[in-house]
Design a protein around this ligand. Structure first.
Ligand SMILES: NC(=O)c1ccc[n+]([C@@H]2O[C@H](COP(=O)([O-])OP(=O)(O)OC[C@H]3O[C@@H](n4cnc5c(N)ncnc54)[C@H](OP(=O)(O)O)[C@@H]3O)[C@@H](O)[C@H]2O)c1
Length: 333
C-alpha cells in the first residue's frame, strides 16, 4: 500500500527496494556508479556525533556533501569530525553546537547556521533520547518530547527560510504505539518513560507529515520525509539505564543489541536514502527485512495514527505555543 495513506496509488513504488542500496549489497560503504554525487550539497545532521547520525554523516560526506555535524558536546562532535576525516580525508565537514534541550541553544544554532550557510539543502532531524527517567529540558519540557520533537520543531522553523530541498525526520517503529496525551503532554500527572518515548516518536511522524501537507499547500518545492533505522546497536539503548544506574537494564539492552540489532551503519541506511533519493514528500523509509528491525532500506508504512490530521494540526499549534516559535510554512529557502 502507498505510504501516503488515503491517497490512491501515487506511483511511489512502495514495496520496491530503492535503487540506492542494490540487491546483494550488505553495506553502503562502497560507492556505486549510480549513487548520487552530493558535491555542492550542504546537509545538517543533528546528533551527528554518535550512532545513526554519525554513520549517516560519514556516508553523506563520503559522497561529497558538505556535512554539518550538530551536537551538544563540542568535544564529542570534534571527535566525530576527526573520525570522518580519518576515514575520508577529502570529506568536507563542519561542526555546530546545538543542544536541543535548550530553546536558547536551538535559536543560537539556527542563527549561526543561517549566517554560515545561506542555503541548506537538507536538514536531518536525527538526535534523540529514549526511555529516560523523568528529566526536564532547560525550558521545563519533559526531556524526550523536548529533545525528540520540540527542539527539532523549533530548529526546523528557524532554518526553514534557508532550507532548499528537504527535511528528514528520524522516527521509530514504535510510533505505532504512540499516543499524544494533549491533557498531560509532559507527563506531569503520571510519567512513564516508554509511553513518553512512543509519544515523542509519534510526534515526529505527525510533525513531518503536517510539514509535508503545509509545504504542499504553500506551493513549496521542498519535501518533508520520514525514516526509521529499525533496530540498530547504538548508545541510545544504554543512556537511560546508565542514568538509572541499572546494570540489569543495561545488560538486557546490551543482549538485545548483540542478538538482534543491526549495526549503526546499516541503521543509517534509511536516513541516507531519505536524505538523497528522489522520493515523494511524506514518504517513510525503513529497513525491509525481518519485522523492519533490519535489512536494506525501502519504503515502509506509517501507522494509521500518523495520518491523524487533527492531531497533527493541534500538535503544531501546541508546539508553537510551547516553543514560542511561530512556524509559517511559506515556499521556503
Ligand atoms: N538505535 C535504534 O535502534 C533506533 C531505533 C529507532 C529510532 N531511533 C532513532 O534514531 C535517532 C538516533 O539515535 P541513535 O540510535 O543513533 O542513538 P545515539 O547513538 O544515542 O545518538 C543520539 C544522538 O542524539 C544526541 N542528543 C541527545 N540529546 C541531545 C540534545 N539535548 N541535543 C542535541 N543532541 C542530543 C546524542 O548526543 P550525545 O552523544 O551528546 O548524547 C547523540 O549524538 C534517534 O532519534 C532515535 O530515536 C534509533
Amino acid at each position: 500500500m502507498c505510504p501516503l495513506g488515503g491517497v490512491a496509488f501515487c506511483g511511489c513504488g512502495v514495496g520496491t527496494p530503492v535503487r540506492f542500496w542494490p540487491e546483494g549489497e550488505t553495506s553502503m560503504s562502497e560507492l556505486n556508479a549510480e549513487d548520487p554525487d552530493l558535491t555542492g550539497k550542504t546537509i545538517v545532521v543533528t546528533g551527528a556525533n554518535s550512532g545513526i547520525g554519525f554513520e549517516a554523516a560519514r556516508l553523506l560526506a563520503r559522497r561529497g556533501a558538505t556535512v554539518v555535524l550538530a551536537g551538544r558536546n563540542d568535544e564529542r562532535v570534534a571527535d566525530a569530525q576527526a573520525r570522518i576525516v580519518a576515514d575520508y580525508p577529502a570529506a568536507r565537514t563542519a561542526t555546530q553546537r546545538l543542544d536541543l534541550a535548550s530553546l536558547a541553544s536551538v535559536a543560537a544554532a539556527a542563527a549561526e547556521l543561517r549566517e554560515s550557510y545561506p542555503s541548506i539543502d537538507v536538514l536531518v532531524n536525527n538526535a534523540g533520547v529514549m526511555a529516560l527517567p523523568k528529566r526536564a529540558t532547560a525550558d521545563g519540557f519533559e526531556m524526550q518530547l523536548g529533545v525528540n520533537h520540540l527542539g527539532h520543531f523549533a530548529l526546523t522553523a528557524q532554518l526553514w527560510p534557508v532550507i532548499t530541498t528537504r527535511v528528514v525526520t528520524v522516527t521509530s517503529l514504535v510510533h505505532r504505539m504512540g499516543k499524544i496525551d494533549f491533557d498531560d503532554l509532559m507527563g506531569e500527572g503520571r510519567y512513564q518513560k516508554w509511553p513518553a518515548y512512543f509519544q515523542s516518536k509519534l510526534a515526529n511522524v505527525l510533525f513531518a507529515l503536517e510539514l509535508h501537507r503545509r509545504g504542499e499547500a504553500a506551493g513549496s518545492t521542498m519535501s518533508s520525509v520520514l525514516c526509521h533505522p529499525g533496530y540498530a546497536s547504538t548508545n541510545l539503548q544504554s543512556v537511560g539505564p546508565t542514568m538509572e544506574k541499572s546494570g540489569f537494564l543495561k545488560g538486557i539492552m546490551g543482549f538485545g543489541n548483540a542478538a538482534i540489532a543491526q549495526d549503526a551503519e546499516a541503521g543509517a541506511g534509511p536516513t541516507v536514502v531519505a536524505a538523497t533519493e528522489d522520493l515523494p514528500g511524506g514518504s517513510f523509509v525503513g529497513p525491509k527485512g525481518l519485522m523492519e528491525f533490519r535489512g536494506r532500506p525501502g519504503l515502509v508504512k506509517i501507522a494509521r495514527r500518523g495520518y491523524d490530521e487533527a492531531a497533527a494540526a493541534r500538535l503544531w499549534e501546541v508546539s508553537e505555543e510551547l516553543t514560542g516559535v511561530s512556524f509559517e510554512v511559506g515556499t521556503g529557502g
